[in-house]
Design a protein around this ligand. Structure first.
Ligand code: MG
Ligand code: ZN
Length: 220
């Protein structure tokens, strides 16, 4: 019975995700669902992304169990932002996103980031209407993570390895992370980035600019 209930929850979620998808398409908006464990640097990479001259008008939905620190960081950079507090839930679902869409100027944006709740498990299970999922892994989390938490690696279009500036101080096997991630998902695009030094940011920005550009050329 429990399995049946869980399936129904995911089905209901997918229906609302499709409605979100329709509204995003209508607004000509490319949407990235950004996922990682707590502390990997999701908000930091968003700050660095907003600070680059990408030419993209970027909005953000912040998902956290509690608090509005992340939304305040986005507001400082003048990005349209909405904070969702899940009140305990460990992931965002499609309905939470649907309920805040009127609070964002969707038609004025090119790109919307949805920063999911920090968690390596269920954010990958719940669609929110995004075009793609992007995962962030801090190299401090260790090289065992792809094989221990395969779903997020399998569902993501890109993997950002963050905090690369710390590599000389860690006993972490970066090649193993890449190898195992690609064995789970051969199409995964991998970026090596440091939010602190800015290394790797230009490649990441180029990639998202291309993604948004392709969306404009091939509207649904
Ligand atoms: Mg954050
Ligand atoms: Zn959850």
């Amino acid at each position: 019975m429990k399995v049946k209930v869980a399936t129904k929850i995911l089905e209901a979620n997918d229906r609302i995700a499709l409605e979100n998808r329709r509204l995003f398409d209508k607004a000509g908006l490319f949407v990235i669902n950004l996922m990682s464990a707590p502390g990997a640097g999701k908000t930091s990479i968003l700050e660095k992304t907003l600070l680059q001259n990408s030419g993209l008008k970027i909005g953000v939905i912040e998902g956290d169990i509690a608090g509005s620190d992340d939304a305040e960081r986005m507001e400082k950079l003048c990005a349209p932002v909405v904070q969702i507090n899940t009140g305990g839930a460990c992931h965002l679902d499609a309905n939470m996103i649907y309920e805040v869409l009127n609070d964002l100027p969707l038609n004025e944006l090119d790109l919307l980031f949805i920063e999911n709740v920090g968690n390596l498990v269920c954010p990958a299970e719940f669609k929110v209407g995004e075009d793609i999922k992007v995962m962030l892994l801090s190299i401090t989390e260790g090289h065992d993570k792809p094989l221990k938490y395969p779903l997020m690696f399998q569902k993501s279009s890109a993997l950002i390895l963050n905090k690369m500036d710390l590599a000389p101080y860690l006993e972490v096997d970066i090649d193993k992370i890449k190898r195992d991630s690609l064995s789970l998902n051969p199409h995964l695009k991998i970026f090596e980035v440091s939010c602190k030094t800015g290394d790797g940011m230009p490649e990441w920005i180029e990639w998202i600019k291309n993604k948004v550009g392709n969306e404009r050329k091939n509207p649904l």
